[in-house]
Design a protein around this ligand. Structure first.
Ligand code: NAD
Ligand code: MN
Length: 366
């Protein structure tokens, strides 16, 4: 049985609560599906910074980067700021350090979940670029000023080509399980020079993947279509800030952040975390929805499985997804979805479902 080493960063607020739930599901998965994980915990958090001034360093990230994957809860507290006034976020630093350029954010409307929109067929994957775009100037030299502040949107051909290749590969993999096989670029080439290049590179890469459909919308119109007609989207790809916002529109369509997982990846490294933050407003209350984190853990297994050609892990990821599907359909429902179940009750139900799914003979599963 192959063994994988996982670095775990629970973080702040509800981060540790949802990580605990995901760990329980991964542990159950080891027993039920037969894979082996070892964990090392790292206490990087805004809370640690507030108490000790300690932040994640390049050396820390080098050490963490030697493990097979990172499982990340959520980091940041609105009142903990660095001297410049920005929040702490190891997730942002890891993106830069590991050159993670693609954040995969699937949004699927599960049976049993009430959506804010009428559409019932929401099954999309938003891919947000995370190394440049509107965040390109984060480390630019600048003189802090009270009267003027500037950010910079930069698009490069090299990153865009890699990003769009990932988008078309993802669409191809999804198509195998019945999605249309379509990549949509959301952009603003009518007004932003950077986006003229983005669109041009998209057209070139799309031509190389002619088995997969492609289309494009301006981000503003596309944002409206996501709400009025979400069924037209399969894989959506965009630059950093448009992708950030777009992925949360998608999360809203499928019942909210409590159901929205994510994976920040390059070919070598992967950081798996829910799309939500530390939710200080509900931290400690025991009601955080653990499902986004559990689905992120399943994405980790799938990514490790694909990367290492390990079918056991891919099957386990599928099993955990099926378990979540079962719990959302039949309850208990967490409070953010209108139910009354605690995080613990939801987690227990997922564990039960994993156990029962793993016991179905393989022939029935297929
Ligand atoms: P948030 O995602 O933490 O919370 C937004 C709203 O969604 C809140 O009402 C919260 O209670 C609810 N919510 C989020 N996750 C939930 C869950 N699992 N179950 C039930 N309800 C849930 O966003 P925010 O309030 O804008 O930010 C809070 C802190 O988190 C800030 O310090 C922010 O910087 C940080 N943050 C971190 C990350 C990250 O670690 N990747 C991402 C976003 C925000
Ligand atoms: Mn966001």
């Amino acid at each position: 049985m192959a063994h994988y080493e996982i670095s775990v960063i629970p973080g702040d607020g509800i981060g540790p609560e949802v990580v605990q739930a995901a760990r329980a599901v991964l542990d159950q998965g080891m027993e039920s599906f037969g894979y082996s994980l070892g964990y090392t915990d790292y206490d990087f958090s805004a809370d640690l910074y507030r108490r000790t001034g300690r932040k994640i360093t390049e050396e820390d990230m080098d050490e963490i980067g030697k493990t097979d994957a990172v499982l990340f809860g959520a980091m940041g507290l609105p009142d903990v700021r660095d001297p410049e006034g920005l929040e702490l976020g190891a997730q942002v630093e890891m993106r830069a350090h590991y050159k993670l350029f693609a954040s995969l954010r699937p949004a699927r409307l599960f049976a049993g979940v009430n959506s804010a929109v009428k559409a019932k067929n929401v099954d999309m994957l938003v891919i947000r670029e995370t190394s440049e775009g509107m965040f390109a100037g984060l480390h630019d030299e600048h003189a802090p000023s009270n009267n003027e502040a500037t950010d910079r949107m930069t698009i490069t051909r090299a990153t865009s080509e890699k990003l769009f290749d990932v988008a078309f590969e993802q669409a191809r993999a999804r198509k195998k399980r019945g999605t249309p096989g379509r990549v949509t670029l959301l952009h603003k080439s009518n007004a932003l020079r950077s986006n003229v290049l983005l669109e041009k590179v998209f057209d070139e890469v799309a031509a190389r993947h002619s088995d997969i459909e492609s289309n494009k919308f301006y981000i503003d119109a596309g944002a409206m279509y996501m709400v009025t007609d979400p069924g037209r989207f399969d894989v959506i790809v965009s630059e950093n800030i448009f992708g950030d916002i777009t992925s949360e529109i998608a999360a809203g369509l499928i019942g909210g952040l409590g159901l929205a997982p994510s994976a920040d990846v390059s070919a070598q490294h992967g950081v798996f975390q829910p799309s939500h933050g530390s939710a200080p407003d509900i931290a400690g209350a025991g009601v955080a929805n653990p499902i986004a984190m559990i689905l992120s853990a399943a994405m980790m297994l799938d990514w490790l499985g694909q990367k290492n050609g390990d079918g056991q892990l891919i099957a386990a990821a599928r099993g955990i997804n099926a378990a979540v599907e079962q719990v959302l359909a039949s309850g208990p429902q967490p409070t953010d979805l209108g139910g009354t179940a605690s995080a613990q009750e939801v987690t227990e139900a997922v564990l039960d479902a994993v156990r029962s799914i793993a016991h179905v003979p393989a022939a029935v599963k297929a």
